[in-house]
Write a protein that binds this ligand. Structure first.
Ligand SMILES: [Zn+2]
Length: 365
């Protein structure tokens, strides 16, 4: 059924949502506050006709990017960030572009920063379909799946108070104004995040698929593809063949990749499959919109990392020795391209990446 929202319907729904967002600064009108708050979270960029990338602004509690695809019958949104308030902020930006409702939400994978905002869409759009791969839905409900899902929400609720206490202790010790301001902001964000997480009513996918699912929209084809295990066991790509756009989730990001829930060798093979697709533009899980070169760079990094760790282990090096030598060995080729943003930099993640490859490839853990 086609349902175009009236402005009144939208404002009523969003008004209800705004109430849940919390205090509004009384010196500014709510609309000004809302706009500033949104600009702190996303920069919405047009990528093609009716297709937008919501690029997340770096935050202490990370949000993923979203892709927004406008269609005749409504909007498709890929990924929903770490919290409902971030998803609601994006809905407000979408409402400035179109009055059509969001009809489908797609979760690229189960990590916390890509789906914890789902419930905002379910609350605002009761007919919404939330789509993921079957493996991703299973990961969301498996308490031991890793860095996302229902189990991870419970774990975060346990660890966040300790994180807050640590930030408070660090703040009490800090004298440098810049450090204090960074810690104050991190503390404020973490407390607000804990507050939201306590009230979370996680909305799981309502529609899943094994290998592929295509949404045929008027004038647009949206292909959801599972091309093999990679960053997780259920990553999906959203491919628009006519527009030559690929939405990658965290299989391809402009940061260092995160391997903890990943399959390093299969990831490289999956990226070989991605390379066969005809596209020119990528909206990635984190970082700016890019061309195919980032796929080539990331694939090359993963392949070289695996070779370097394997060779060092074969030469008899221990994990500690590998972690001391391989970062410098790969740095000339990769450090700069993997350290473009404040988060997810080369030196921050290379140790964890080496350990993941060592455990998963050498020790087959
Ligand atoms: Zn992510």
């Amino acid at each position: 059924m086609q349902h175009l929202w009236t402005r009144r319907e939208f404002l009523t729904k969003l008004g209800m949502a705004a109430g849940a967002i919390g205090m509004l600064n009384h010196f500014r009108s709510p609309s000004v506050f809302a706009r500033e708050e949104r600009m702190e979270l996303f920069e919405v960029k047009q990528v093609a006709d009716g297709i937008y990338a919501a690029i997340a602004v770096p935050q202490h509690k990370v949000n993923c990017n979203a892709a927004v695809i406008m269609n005749e019958d409504g909007v498709v949104v890929v990924d929903t960030h770490s919290k409902p308030s971030a998803a609601r902020a994006l809905v407000k930006s979408i409402a400035e572009i179109t009055r059509k409702p969001v009809r489908q939400v797609i979760n690229t994978h189960f990590h916390w920063d890509h789906w914890q905002g789902n419930e905002a869409y379910s609350a605002l759009f009761p007919d919404i379909e939330i789509i993921a791969s079957q493996a991703t839905r299973e990961n969301m409900t498996n308490p031991n799946a890793g860095n996302g899902g229902l189990g991870s929400i419970e774990r975060q609720l346990k660890t966040l108070p300790e994180e807050i206490a640590q930030l408070q202790a660090d703040l009490a010790k800090a004298s440098n104004a810049e450090v204090r301001s960074r810690l104050e902001s991190a503390l404020q964000q973490t407390m607000a995040y804990l507050g939201e997480l306590k009230g979370l009513k996680p909305a799981l996918p309502t529609l899943t698929f094994e290998r592929s699912l295509t949404l045929y929209k008027q004038g647009r084809e949206i292909r959801l593809l599972f091309l093999g295990r990679a960053h997780t066991s259920g990553d999906l790509f959203v491919y628009l063949p006519k527009e030559k756009i690929l939405v990658t989730g965290d299989c391809i990001i402009d940061w260092m990749p995160f391997l903890d829930d990943g399959y390093p060798e299969e990831w490289v093979k999956t990226l070989d499959e991605v390379e066969k697709l005809d596209f020119t533009t990528m909206i990635m899980g984190h970082g700016q919109v890019a061309g195919r070169d980032r796929l080539v760079f990331l694939r090359s990094f993963l392949a070289d990392l695996i070779v370097a760790v394997k060779k060092a282990a074969a030469d008899g090096a221990t994990l500690d020795e590998i972690k001391r030598h391989v970062p410098d060995q790969l740095a000339p080729q990769y450090e700069q391209g993997m350290s473009k943003y404040p988060r997810g930099q080369y030196r921050e993640r290379i140790g964890g990446n080496i350990e993941a490859v060592y455990t998963k490839v050498i020790r087959k853990g």
